[in-house]
Design a protein around this ligand. Sequence first.
Ligand code: 5AD
Ligand code: SF4
Length: 461
Amino acid sequence: MERRAFVSEKELEYQRECAERVRAVHAGETAWVDTYGCQQNEADSERMRGMLRDMGYILVSDEHADVVVINSCAVREHAEQRVFGNIGHMTHTKKENPNMKIILAGCMAGEETVREKVRRSYRHVDALLDTTSFWRLPETLLRLYEDGGRIIEDGEPDSRIAEELPVVRTSPYKAHVSIMYGCNNFCSYCIVPYVRGRERSRLPEDVIREVRELAESGCHDIMLLGQNVNSYSGGGKSFAELLAACAELEGDFVLRFMTSHPKDCSRELIDVIASHPKVERHIHLPVQSGSDEILRRMNRRYTAEHYISLIDYAREKIPGVIFTSDIIIGFPDESEEDFERTLDLVRRVRYDSLFTFIYSKRSGTPAAEMPDPVTHAEKVERFRRLNALQDSITLEDRAPLVGRTMRVHIDGESRTGELNLTARTQDGRLVSLKGSTELIGGWHTVKVTGVSTFSLSAELA
Ligand code: 5AD
Ligand code: SF4
């Protein structure tokens, strides 16, 4: 990996200078980073909070803050509508506080159509900052304060890596570590490659150092993140090698990773999971569809048979491994037969749980041009059938867990119900239990008392 792929030290130094200048005038004002979408956005938000803290802002969760950064998601239209709805409301907030700065960051900021819409109709948004340039947050704020006006720039995503950004972590026990950025796969339905730029990997030494520091600070749950972690290639290392190196570090933590792409998921990786107890016995392996014809039109570059062979290999090598997946229902012209292939695959794999989505047309992607005679009502009906099937599988396969003891990490308090604590099993399942809040932040042994499609309930053993 050449250093050319990185934002230079000089450019980062300039951002720190801008941060100092903002701080001199605005220290003590408030800032809110509101996050939508995936873990990658959560990770980016933690860095933006780090930069805002260094500029002297007090971090709050309040739309009346002096700076509001909306870290948006563009993967489905529904997510975009929600963001636009919330930005719409902020016209009033800004009237009350005209000095307020509103920045639309994240995936939506990388979309041509969004830029146009914001230029024309959302005039109270001061700046757009896409996912490849959020490290310019200090410079952006300084320009807004000093020059006035709005910053909405067109252009391609930057596709470089900014190391050593400050960070405010949401939890001392759980952390996301980005190992790579962007995506080169161009699945035909997906907007991510257009807004997050070309795939680029961090250097293994940088990732390993970050994981080591987290482990030393007492972090118990570390998630390695990338749009397609299996194609990681930093400093000549494969993802399997990087994962093994991280899993060999000292500390009482579990190592998770997402997302894996079936076309690049190697047997070597499965062997690393099998031989490293710190790596969770869970693979999130999005299949998207069980029909080879749909997979071909999705540009996924594997067949259902190849996918099943990976599952079988992993089950053989990693006893008790669980799988989760993403499935899109109603891809353009998906026939009843294609859909049945998906149901067959779900019955064959028996996922622990699924993330299911109804196809959402994203302008600029190849799938948006494909004819789609299937009605929305039909798609909703398939969506319901798929979820009903998965719910029955989840409940059947979890039922034998009742009465078993397992090690869980207690993460925090639950907002609802009498089981007041939330925890996670080593393989990533959600657990609810009753107990003292003093247990938060530690590993504990619990006995499972019940199962649902959403979580396990348990009591301290
Ligand atoms: N419509 C519906 N679901 C989508 N996903 C990505 N793009 C779309 C789209 N246009 C889903 C995929 C992916 C997950 C993160 O979001 O299943 O794995
Ligand atoms: Fe989108 Fe496919 Fe890349 Fe995942 S692998 S981010 S679905 S293009």
